[in-house]
Design a protein around this ligand. Structure first.
Ligand code: AQP
Length: 324
């Protein structure tokens, strides 16, 4: 089986964008690849964070992923800082990564604007660490949302640069997009993002989810109930595609275009379906919350397995670089 790698930052509560754009796909791919999933805590420190909250965020992110279906019997789940070779390989890759390529990254530009008082070098070299995460396991597939496609293209470029300089060590990783590669936030404009606070979280209560959906921005041209809308430009319809049946999608699509249904009815159906989908996940999260040691054990065991692979890769890297 080919190896697959992907990661998620413990930078806030995991949301519907992460779930539809990445995690649900991760679960579906469990039987097709040797899957390695990572809580990327070193990535999460590139923006301001609360030191007191970090550990509970790491455990929280792992818990949500396991509850959503990442069965530790079928994949490796670990945290990045437990395997030192991630930062070791990142340093090596820094030396083959052109500055100009990093300067072009749109996430760096966006985050520099969002966090203007803390534009640190880690934020700039974030894609190099991401390349190291993937290359350390010689992963050939990386399931991500479309916001990460540019970083993945750079990872492939870094792979080529390294292989050209030192010999064919690493495969070029291919992106795997889900059916919902980009979910917008409740504002209907920016990407749903933990750090933007425009999210529906997987741990939000049913009441809060209904409340948030009620205020979510829809097709802005649909100002009154009798105005026909356009589902193609409505973020709510994108979410419907992740939770509703083909028949329900048809009902929403036709009803919206003809104004025979209003946004309230559309939102109510979406809330019902979303809540039904995530209810079992929330139940499992509540179960895991009673046993945080179990989640830590799963992460420790995952790190133990990853270290074996990572040591082997770094040994090979040191060999081709003339260090041995
Ligand atoms: N809105 C989204 N739609 C579809 N996919 C998304 N992903 C994130 N947001 C969306 C995908 O989820 C995976 C994990 O993301 P991450 O936590 O590592 O980083 P991110 O992309 O930066 O996510 P956030 O929520 O926006 O976090 P912050 O605000 O901390 O930067 C990735 O595969 C991502 O593509």
């Amino acid at each position: 089986m080919k190896t697959l790698f992907s990661g998620i930052q413990p930078s806030g509560d995991i949301h519907i964008g992460n779930y539809l754009g990445a995690i649900r796909n991760w679960v579906r791919l469990l039987d097709k690849y040797q899957c390695i999933y990572c809580i990327v805590d070193y990535h999460a420190i590139t923006i301001e964070y609360d030191v007191q909250e970090m550990l509970s965020r790491i455990i929280g992110a792992a818990t949500v992923n396991i509850a959503a279906g990442l069965d530790p019997e079928k994949c490796i789940l670990f945290r990045q800082s437990d395997v030192v070779q991630h930062t070791e390989l990142a340093w090596v890759l820094n030396t083959v990564t052109p500055m100009g390529d990093l300067e072009r990254m749109t996430q760096f530009k966006d985050k520099s604007r969002q966090h203007a008082s803390n534009v640190n070098a880690g934020l700039f070299t974030y894609p190099v660490l991401m390349a190291a995460d993937i290359m350390l396991y010689k992963a050939e597939a990386v399931p991500v949302g479309d916001d990460q496609i540019q970083h993945l293209e750079l990872c492939r470029e870094i792979t080529r640069k390294f292989n050209n300089r030192f010999g064919e060590v690493f495969p070029e990783a291919q992106p795997l997009l889900s059916e919902s590669p980009r979910i917008l936030g409740l504002d209907g404009k920016s990407k749903m993002s933990k750090s933007l606070g425009n999210t529906i979280s997987l741990v939000d209560s049913p009441e809060l989810i209904r409340e948030k959906l009620a205020t979510a921005v829809t097709d802005e041209n649909r100002k009154r109930r009798k105005d026909p809308g356009n589902p193609d430009v409505c973020n709510l319809f994108t979410m419907h595609k992740g939770f509703s049946t083909a028949e329900q999608l048809k009902w929403v699509d036709e009803g919206c275009r003809s104004a025979s249904i209003g946004c309230l009815e559309c939102k109510k159906l979406l809330a019902d379906n979303m809540l039904a989908d995530i209810a079992p996940i929330q139940e499992r999260i509540a179960e895991f919350a009673k046993k945080p040691d179990l989640v830590r054990q799963i992460l420790d065991e995952g790190a133990r397995k990853c270290r074996v692979i990572a040591e082997k890769t770094m040994d090979e890297v040191h060999g081709v670089m003339g260090f041995k």
